[in-house]
Design a protein around this ligand. Sequence first.
Ligand code: NAP
Length: 273
Amino acid sequence: MRTVALSGAVKVPALGMGTWMMGDSRFSRAAELAALREGIDLGLTLIDTAEMYGNGRSEQLVGEAIAGRRSEVFLVSKVLPSNASRRGTVAACEQSLKNLNTDCIDLYLLHWRGSVPFAETLEAFARLQRAGKIKHYGVSNLDLADMRECWHAAGGNAIVTNQVLYNLSRRGMEFDLLPWLREQKITTMAYSPLEQARLLDNADLKAVAKRAGISPAQLALAWLLRSDDVIVIPKGGSAMHVRDNAGARDVVLSADVEAELDRLYPPPVRADR
Ligand code: NAP
């Protein structure tokens, strides 16, 4: 099983599952539960959710999918910036624990930067950690300037991840954020790795995938997985998509394919600001 050492320590699966827009409809619930359970069976045991997703409905779906299997999974959830005050963070976490039907979240993230000072949220994270309600904490959607500020706030150097938008068509973070995160041993978690499926319709990408004998989704995910320190969390709403995505772990991209992808989606030449 491909793993990433979270901040150089705890091993987690390099390929997990996202759950944004899941749990919203009773018509797709059975298929979504089957997708998540299939993913766990296949070793995609890192599951990403957030209090924001469907106002807790995604967390509830995850709670149902992992019932009786809590010890097999590594749960990631997020606090909304509007709840990220000293007391609000603790209250939000308690609610997420209820939604997920568990007593501990493995990794708890600040969803994006809001008006609450980082130090306040970090203090609450540390308190939750001491109480055994979260194991690790981190952030999401921070650019390099915000990331530096947060890292230097009290408790900031215990951050283990920055979950950011990163895929073939969104390579901006490679310019300065990714190298800086690597220097501090903060693990990158790539969200929307399929660009919410928009990547998969690209005729050039499809042609490269076809020549490589893999699906477009596998190509996009394998490209991210070639780095041994990036966690990738595609959302698959069906067992079929989850199985397809799981196959990306076995793909080794040739130098020719990588060069072709660099031509189609060039790396950044300047900071993304
Ligand atoms: P994504 O994973 O890039 O793409 C999901 C889309 O791709 C869905 O429409 C899905 O369709 C489709 N898909 C998945 N596997 C496929 C396959 N093998 N073949 C064809 N289509 C496939 O988009 P995302 O949901 O935005 O990102 C993934 C996760 O990252 C989220 O679910 C969430 O957990 C996290 N995220 C975090 C943030 C943040 O601010 N921190 C922001 C966005 C996302 P089906 O549903 O039909 O399978």
